[in-house]
Design a protein around this ligand. Structure first.
Ligand SMILES: Cc1ncc(C[n+]2csc(CCOP(=O)(O)OP(=O)(O)O)c2C)c(N)n1
Ligand SMILES: [Mg+2]
Length: 365
């Protein structure tokens, strides 16, 4: 039995469990009703966007990889809702949730999946390479753990420029054994850089459970680098915010890096083309859907608080579905890049030859 299923068996279902005090944490207690609804709306928008992208994939409009974030929405939404002007985000290839959470428009996101020129990476990146520097969102990276040293670089930049901010460097549970992650931990601690390493522990890396691949409590490895660490339940957006607020504040105020492990779960296969019935049972997935779904959990909480009612929930859902459909229509109607576009926006120096400073041959001269 996986660690995840054991955890469920030990807990009561979310609907009947006593509410943790996270709703009363200062960072949550000061949310307005509209801000609480916005957290809910963002999670619904992510889910409907991804469901629509899955239908497009099945209709052969999208090819290659499509790593869905369904089930993990509270993590990206909770973390990104805490961002200030000088905070930054970088993540791995399961990046749709983070992109919508930082405020990217779904139209260029869907167009990117379709490989169209109107995509956020001009159709050259696809699902794994969403990017929006204007929102301090630095991708979307396909090499497991490869984004983590870059996250340290973002934190270095924040400190160097004298800003009060922090970088959140997201990774999956499968990334924690990568050497680059440990090199990044080491430098972050040594140089006192304002970065929070966020492990989204969804229990699996492709088809191998965390229990079979990684020893010990994942975030606790931070202790070896003199960094504080935390762990929280990623099915509850309030808990994610309460936990991350503590570590982001530490980074912004004292340049203290840290690692936070957030327990979560994905309902779909690793990528949509992958088999999903060889390494976990259908019952396990169903159990999560029924008892821990982050949208359901938060919806019930907001109904209890008198913030949401059935009519508003339905309206939010209809709007999210319409938004996803419009994004697909936009993607469908957009043109593909031309062969002439293939060398554009790849290397800055190739696009700006007059300002080039380096010597030697560019890759595609
Ligand atoms: C360096 C490297 N090794 C292997 C792969 C192939 N690969 C892609 S995703 C993945 C599993 C990663 O799992 P995890 O970090 O838990 O992320 P999740 O898919 O659960 O979000 C692997 C091994 C890769 N992309 N990069
Ligand atoms: Mg994983």
């Amino acid at each position: 039995m996986s660690k995840k299923l054991t955890a469920i068996a030990e807990n009561q279902p979310a609907a009947t469990a006593p509410r943790p005090p996270h709703a009363q944490a200062p960072i949550n207690a000061r949310l307005s009703q509209e801000e609480k609804i916005e957290l809910h709306r963002k999670m619904v928008r992510i889910r409907r966007f991804e469901e629509r992208s899955l239908r497009a994939y099945q209709g052969k409009k999208i090819g290659g990889f499509l790593h869905l974030y369904i089930g993990q929405e509270a993590v990206a939404v909770g973390c990104c809702s805490l961002m200030g002007k000088h905070d930054h985000v970088i993540t791995a290839y399961r990046d749709h949730g983070h992109a919508i959470a930082v405020g990217m428009d779904p139209k260029p996101l869907m167009a990117e999946l379709y490989g169209k020129i109107t995509g956020c990476s001009k159709g050259k990146g696809g699902s794994m390479h969403y990017f929006d520097p204007s929102r301090n969102f630095w991708g979307g990276h396909g090499i497991v753990g490869g984004q983590i040293p870059l996250g340290v670089g973002l934190a270095y930049g924040v400190k160097y420029q004298g800003h009060k901010g922090a970088a959140m460097a997201f990774m999956g549970d499968g990334a924690v054994n990568q050497g680059a992650v440990h090199e990044a931990y080491n430098l972050a601690s040594l140089w006192k850089l304002p970065v929070v390493f966020v492990i989204e522990n969804n229990g699996y890396s492709m088809g191998t459970s965390q229990a079979r691949s990684s020893a010990g409590q994942l975030a606790k490895r931070a202790e070896g680098y003199d960094m504080p660490w935390g762990q929280c339940n990623g099915h509850d957006v309030y808990e994610v915010r309460a936990c991350m607020d503590k570590f982001l504040t530490l980074a912004r105020e004292t340049n203290q890096p840290s690692t936070v492990e957030i327990d979560t779960y994905r309902y779909r296969g690793h990528s949509v083309a992958d088999p999903d019935n060889t390494y976990r049972s259908k019952q396990e997935v169903e159990e999560y859907r029924k008892t821990k779904d982050p949208i359901q959990v938060f919806q019930e909480q907001l109904i209890k608080e008198g913030v949401l009612d059935e009519a508003t929930i339905e309206k939010i859902d209809l709007e999210a579905r319409a938004e996803a459909d419009h994004a697909a229509d936009f993607a469908e109607a957009s043109p593909y890049p031309t062969p002439d576009d293939i060398q554009k926006d790849v290397y800055w120096e190739a696009d700006h030859p007059a300002q080039r400073k380096s010597q030697g041959r560019l890759f595609f001269d």
